[in-house]
Design a protein around this ligand. Structure first.
Ligand code: HEC
Length: 167
């Protein structure tokens, strides 16, 4: 076998993943010179381009969770009829227009980590800079979170009018 063919084969094998034992010495010489440090055994690398992904939830169950956790106490949802809506303090933003605006994962973050992103200048933050939205992390199941996100994603402003531009 010519050296060129052997090199091409070695590159193919290397690209395909596991090289059979004994073939490592056929690798292109440059690999040896610029070798990245080998990860410690058992250590894994996150795949390139990876993003966090939630499973699909059920909007109807998410609506029940919205009522159970009394999210309506701070959030108006136009077109919905949640109990005690008349006592609402509108501490947080109206949510019906948000369905088309955000990814599911953004909604999930806004529930499990509300302080991470706060719209400035709207009185949403407490004096110490944290969100006025409480944490539900001790009482909410992951499934409830997933369904809540599906519910929020399903929301549309009544009449289809959105005061916000999509991004
Ligand atoms: C005590 C009031 C309060 C309660 C209860 C509350 N929120 Fe909030 N929420 C806020 C405030 C204030 C903000 C704006 C600050 C922020 O982004 O954290 C907010 C923000 C949000 C946002 C993000 C909006 C955006 O533009 O980023 C979502 C989604 C949301 N809340 C969903 C919920 C859900 C679901 C529940 C119930 C599990 C809930 N909230 C309960 C006060 C509340």
């Amino acid at each position: 076998m010519s050296r060129r063919v052997a090199l091409a084969l070695a590159v193919l094998v290397a690209a395909g993943g596991a090289a059979p034992p004994g073939h490592a010495q056929h690798r292109m010489p440059e690999h040896g010179q610029h070798r990245m440090p080998e990860p410690a055994q058992g250590q894994h690398h996150t795949p390139e381009g990876w993003t966090f992904g939630l499973p699909k939830g059920e909007p109807a169950k998410g609506r029940q969770a919205f009522a159970k956790f009394e999210c309506y106490k701070c959030h108006e949802v136009k077109g919905e009829t949640f109990p005690a809506a008349q006592d609402r303090e509108n501490v947080g933003p109206e949510l019906s227009m948000m369905g088309p605006m955000h990814d599911a994962e953004y909604f999930a973050e806004s529930i499990v980590n509300p302080t991470k992103v706060i719209d400035p200048g709207k009185g949403y933050a407490a004096k110490d800079g944290s969100s006025k939205m409480p944490s539900f992390n001790d009482s909410m199941t992951v499934q409830e979170l997933v369904d809540l996100v599906a519910y929020l994603k399903s929301l549309r402003p009544p009449g289809g009018a959105s005061g916000h531009t999509q991004h």
